[in-house]
Write a protein that binds this ligand. Structure first.
Ligand SMILES: Cc1cc2nc3c(=O)[nH]c(=O)nc-3n(C[C@H](O)[C@H](O)[C@H](O)COP(=O)(O)OP(=O)(O)OC[C@H]3O[C@@H](n4cnc5c(N)ncnc54)[C@H](O)[C@@H]3O)c2cc1C
Length: 131
């Protein structure tokens, strides 16, 4: 973008909206600015080893959810972030419930041992069917 000059009476500066997602493993899909892609936003080409589909707030890594401002295409408002957080918690509870009903069923990709994303086994929801 080329710099330009414009006369304005007031200016609203929005700061602090940069996602800090560099620490996440490369397997987690982001958009060009670092926001996390979830659900159907995840492009083809990211390996999805599970039989079930990806949940709405689930990233390209099975069992890793994103909610709030860090999620690509979220509304970027406080009330929305709170709502997305409650959805994510509901999903986690549903995933655990399914896991209890289907013990031993391979349902998650293995993350690198010791990584920040070292993952538990997660599975589809019984209360909220996968897309
Ligand atoms: C200048 C400004 C003005 C705004 N005004 C309004 C408004 O008037 N009304 C409105 O509804 N919304 C407003 N918003 C948007 C609102 O603040 C956000 O939508 C909301 O805070 C998002 O909540 P969140 O929990 O998703 O993310 P955040 O509130 O950003 O919380 C993320 C937290 O994670 C922490 N964190 C980051 N990386 C790590 C890490 N690696 N480990 C541990 N913690 C980490 C951060 O320090 C932060 O505390 C404004 C935002 C800005 C920047």
């Amino acid at each position: 973008m080329r710099p330009s000059t414009a006369s304005q009476e007031r200016v609203f500066v929005l700061i602090g909206a940069r996602p800090h997602t560099d620490w996440l493993p490369a397997e987690i899909a982001r958009d060009g600015r670092g926001f996390l892609l979830t659900g159907e936003e995840v492009p083809d080409g990211y390996d999805w080893p599970l039989e079930r589909g990806r949940f709405s707030h689930e990233t390209s890594m099975p069992g890793v959810l994103a909610a709030g401002d860090v999620r690509h295409a979220s509304v970027k408002r406080s009330a929305s972030a709170v709502g997305e957080g409650s959805i994510a918690i509901q999903l986690v509870q549903s995933l655990f419930a399914y896991e209890r009903l289907h013990p031993g069923r391979p349902t998650a990709a293995a993350a690198p041992a010791g990584s920040a994303s070292e993952a538990r086994t997660l599975a589809p929801s019984v209360a909220m069917p996968p897309p």
